[in-house]
Design a protein around this ligand. Structure first.
Ligand code: TPP
Ligand code: MG
Length: 184
C-alpha cells in the first residue's frame, strides 16, 4: 500500500492534500519474523509513509519475550537507518494518544516511516483455544493492574469526572467499536 501511495505521489497522481499514510500493526512476537525485516528495509530505503505500531505484551502465544527474542522492537528498530522510533506506555491512554498523533503527523509531513513501541498488558487469551491459565502464572496479576480502561478511569476521576460520565464514555466507545466490527 505504501509503495502504491509513494508511486502515485511521485507521479503527481494523488492530490497532495490527501496525504495518506499506512498503519501496520504488529505484536512483539510477529516483529521477529523474517518478512518484517524485509519490510522495514524497504520502508527506510524507499522512504515509505508507514506507521509501525508494535503492541508489546511480552508474549508470543505461550512463549515469553525473553524466550523468543534478544531485544525488543524499539531496540531492533535502531538497526534500520532512517527509521524514527518512539517508546510509549501503551496502557496509558493520554500518553498513547499523544504519541500516535505525533507519529501520524511525522509520517504525514516527512513521508518517512516511524515505529512506535507500546508496552501493553495481555488481559485476554491468545485465542479461544489457547487459554492463558495453561501457561501463565504470577504475571497475570501484574498485567491486570495495568488494564488501560481502569487506568483511564482513574485518570478521569482524578480530573474530576463522575462515575456516570465515565459510564457514558464507556457505553459510547463500546457502541462505536461494535459498529466498526459489524462493518456499518
Ligand atoms: C508467518 C507466520 N509465522 C508464524 C505464525 C504462528 N504464530 C501465530 S501467533 C504467533 C506469535 C505472535 O506473537 P505476537 O505478535 O506477540 O502476538 P500475541 O501472541 O501477543 O497476540 C506465531 C509465531 C503465523 N501465524 N504466521
Ligand atoms: Mg505479543
Amino acid at each position: 500500500m505504501a509503495h502504491g501511495i509513494a508511486y502515485l505521489e511521485s507521479q503527481k497522481l494523488m492530490a497532495s492534500e490527501q496525504n495518506p499514510i499506512v498503519l501496520c500493526s504488529l505484536g512483539d512476537g510477529s516483529i521477529t519474523e523474517g518478512e518484517v525485516a524485509e519490510a522495514l528495509q524497504m520502508a527506510v530505503l524507499k522512504k515509505l509513509p508507514i506507521l509501525y505500531l508494535i503492541q508489546d505484551n511480552g508474549w508470543g502465544i505461550s512463549a515469553t519475550g525473553s524466550e523468543m527474542r534478544a531485544m525488543d522492537a524499539y531496540e531492533y528498530a535502531a538497526g534500520f537507518k532512517g527509521l524514527e522510533r518512539r517508546r510509549v506506555d501503551g496502557a496509558d491512554f493520554v500518553e498513547s494518544f499523544k504519541a500516535v498523533e505525533a507519529g501520524i503527523n511525522y509520517v504525514r509531513s516527512t513521508r518517512q516511516p516511524i515505529l512506535i513501541h507500546a508496552t501493553c498488558p495481555l488481559l485476554g487469551h491468545h485465542t479461544s483455544g489457547v487459554r492463558k491459565e495453561w501457561y501463565r502464572g504470577e504475571d497475570l496479576e501484574d498485567h491486570q493492574q495495568r488494564d488501560p480502561i481502569q487506568m483511564l478511569k482513574k485518570h478521569l476521576m482524578e480530573q474530576g469526572a463522575t462515575e456516570d460520565e465515565f459510564k457514558r464514555v464507556e457505553k459510547n466507545a463500546l457502541k462505536k467499536v461494535t459498529k466498526i466490527i459489524n462493518g456499518h
